[in-house]
Write a protein that binds this ligand. Structure first.
Ligand SMILES: CC(C)(COP(=O)(O)OP(=O)(O)OC[C@H]1O[C@@H](n2cnc3c(N)ncnc32)[C@H](O)[C@@H]1OP(=O)(O)O)[C@@H](O)C(=O)NCCC(=O)NCCS
Length: 147
């Protein structure tokens, strides 16, 4: 019989509806994350239902939430939202691992490109995405309309 290895410091799990109250509180505490009416419990439940298995959480051994990311697609492009890692757990590869999980699922779904939106004054966020090979599209401007 194989011996059990050491218990990892943290583990990754697909985000589920039951995670949402805690995830929303986690994001509310996080600098660099902006929440809107589209981030209510019911709106995010709908998002998870439309994009099953694509969003992830990370939890430590005590099952405290230490990271989260929302991921979805529209059949053409993938989208990542609200990637955050708890300050005490940063620079350990958790952010990268959350993103990698999202991207590999999108690849399996034959989605060719993924977008992420970040606030224009978020140098840490830019360093993170830039360091992982993401490029800003200088030729595009995001426009939006309230429906
Ligand atoms: C951005 C964030 C998610 C990164 O999470 P993380 O778990 O610390 O990231 P990782 O450890 O996986 O870092 C991967 C690589 O990104 C780069 N990176 C991460 N944070 C960085 C920082 N503050 N400055 C410069 N480079 C950084 C590094 O190249 C790093 O690789 P290295 O550790 O081998 O040097 C985290 O800092 C965070 O939650 N910030 C607040 C919320 C936010 O701004 N989210 C992004 C907007 S959507």
């Amino acid at each position: 019989m194989r011996k059990a290895g050491p218990i990892p410091d943290y583990r990754f799990q697909p985000m589920e509806k039951g995670d949402l109250p805690e995830v929303i509180q986690f994001w509310q505490r996080m600098e660099g994350i902006g929440l809107s009416e589209s981030d209510s419990y019911s709106a995010l439940s709908f998002y998870l239902q439309r994009n099953p298995g694509l969003s992830w959480v990370a939890r430590n051994r005590d099952r405290d939430l230490i990271g989260a990311v929302l991921c979805g697609h529209d059949g053409r492009r993938g989208y990542l939202h609200h990637l955050a890692v708890a300050p005490d757990w940063r620079r350990k590869g958790i952010g990268r691992a959350l993103v990698d999980r999202c991207l590999s699922s999108l690849r399996e779904l034959k989605i060719l490109k993924c977008n992420v939106f970040l606030f224009s004054h978020n140098p840490e966020g830019e360093a993170f995405w830039g360091g992982m090979g993401w490029k800003g599209r200088e030729d595009l401007v995001l426009m939006q309309r309230v429906l």
